[in-house]
Every structure is written in C-alpha cells, then in structure tokens.
Design a protein around this ligand. Structure first.
Ligand SMILES: *[C@@H]1O[C@H](CO)[C@@H](O)[C@H](O)[C@H]1NC(C)=O
Length: 281
C-alpha cells in the first residue's frame, strides 16, 4: 500500500530528473560555452547523465526501504478523551481469572455483597464537561447541559460505565429469574414497560457486541491436559495488558456533579433556546 504510494510519487520524479538533465544539457550547449571542445562537452554530458541516473536509483531505493519500514506501524486512531489526557496510560499486565467454579466479587448468586461490587463498577454520578471538551470529543454543542441554576456545563457519562451497566443488566436478567425479590426496581420496570425492557436487553447485547468487535482481543486461549479430566481443558487465565479501571473511577468521581444536581434527570425539560433533533439519535 505504502509502496504503491511511493512508486506513484517516484515515477514522475524520475521523469522530472531526466527533464532537469536535458535542461542542463541544453545549458551545456549554450553558445557561451562555445569555447568548450566537442569531445569534452560530450564527456561532461555523459558524466552528468549517469550521475542523475545513479542519484535517481539511490533515491527510489531509499524511498522503497523507508516505505517498507513504515508499513507495519499502526495508525493511531483514538478519539480525544479528557480521562486519557488527565490520567495517561495506566496499562499494566494482568491475568484474567477464568477458572470454572472459582468465585469473583461479581459471581452470582446475587447477595448484597455481590450487588455492591457491581454497583461500585457501574455507578458514578453524571459527569460535567466544558464546551471545549465536548467539541474536542466530537460531540454536538447542542448536547444537554445542566440548568444554569444548578451550575451549567455539559452532561456526559463514561462509555465504560454504560457498557459495564449493559453487562450488569444481562447478569441481572439471568439472576432475576430465580431471585426476583433481589431486584425490586427491575421487577417494577419489567412490569411497567415490558417492551422497553426487552429492547433494552437487545440494545445491551448490541452495544457489547460492537465494543468487543471494535478492539478484538488479540490474545489467545490454550489448552492443558489435567489429571482426572478426560480430554483437553481450556486455560482461560490468560495474560492481558489492562488499563486501571479504578483510576478511571477515581478521576470520574472528581469530574462528577453532586448527586443532587442530577436529580430527576429524565424529567428535565429543554430550555427555550434548545436545539432539538427531529428524531432520536
Ligand atoms: C461544571 O464545571 C464548571 C467548571 O468547569 C463549573 O463552573 C460548574 O458549576 C459545574 N457544573 C455543575 C453542574 O456542577
């Protein structure tokens, strides 16, 4: 790909080099150079001709090597994030925990403790951003703002929080079947808006699918032989480079508004000068 680009660039360059050569050869034929004898003129012209050729070949070879070396470099394609700007790269090695029957803080059945663990990673008050940050993030300046009497600023929430909320919803949807008493809010929503909740389920699967396909995990699962187990057994405890999620939460809480400021969020009405979309985004 890169090579093709350079090939296209270098072809006209070769042409131009020989044109330049002809121009200079023309200069050598200038009447003012009449004193230069014919054989010397021919020799000079030939030396010049070959010098141009050698330089051109070196130039093309150099561009070829350069394009080859540049080809594997990935293009940085990331959207501006005030989180990344403030916290930077928090990546470190982590081993995923994937052993069957090995518990985790988020492992059902839904006890108060497990519910609290999920809440810790999925609940953060709404964040407050400046117009400049909203623009740099690629969002519209017509996005919803906090009412001026509550402080102003743009309303936003982490995609990470939204996505973990979606995973939590799928987890809840399963455990709700056996333990409806543990999910009074969910029970209420399912009874009041069954269609919306069904669509919410599909929305969450759709979001998580896109998230997983967007940055497909390049790591690999391997299998082991295990005494007492027939056949190969997958080792899901795979090494990964992970960002520090707690660092995201910590920065987020610093950017969040007081819970009181965001009260009744879904009952807010647009201010008189609000720009409204003609249909849902
Ligand atoms: C949002 O942050 C700005 C400072 O950038 C502050 O003036 C404003 O009061 C904050 N808004 C809320 C709702 O906390």
């Amino acid at each position: 790909m890169g090579l093709g680009k350079y090939m296209r660039v270098s072809k006209p360059e070769t042409g131009r080099d020989s044109e330049d050569g002809s121009d200079l050869e023309g200069l050598l034929h200038d009447p003012q150079d009449a004193a230069v004898s014919q054989p010397t003129k021919a020799k000079l012209s030939s030396v010049f001709h070959w010098t141009v050729h050698v330089i051109t070949i070196i130039l093309i070879f150099g561009l070829y090597v350069r394009s080859g070396r540049q080809a594997p470099r990935p293009t940085p394609l990331s959207i501006y994030s005030p989180l990344v700007e403030a916290v930077g790269d928090t990546s470190r090695m982590e081993t995923f925990k994937g052993t069957f029957w090995e518990s985790s803080p988020y492992h059902g059945p839904p006890t108060d403790e497990v519910m609290a663990a999920w809440k810790h990673i999925t609940h953060i008050p709404l964040l407050n951003f400046t117009a400049e940050e909203i623009s740099r993030m690629g969002h519209s300046l017509d996005s919803v703002q906090y009412p001026l009497e509550r402080g102003g600023g743009y309303v936003a929430q982490f995609e990470a929080i939204h996505q973990l909320h979606c995973l939590h919803s799928l987890w809840q949807d399963h455990h709700y079947q056996k333990h409806p008493e543990m999910f009074p809010d969910l029970t209420e929503s399912i009874n009041a808006f069954p269609d919306v909740m069904e669509e919410h389920y599909e929305h969450c699967v759709n979001m998580l699918r896109q998230r997983l396909m967007c940055t497909p995990d390049p790591n690999f699962v391997t299998w082991r032989w295990v005494e007492g187990i027939t056949g190969p057994y997958a080792d899901f405890n795979t090494p990964h480079v992970c960002q520090d999620y707690e660092a995201l939460l910590e920065w987020g809480h610093g950017r969040a508004v007081d819970a009181e400021v965001a009260r009744d969020f879904y009952s807010w009405v647009p201010p008189a000068d609000a720009v409204r979309l003609s249909h849902a985004p």
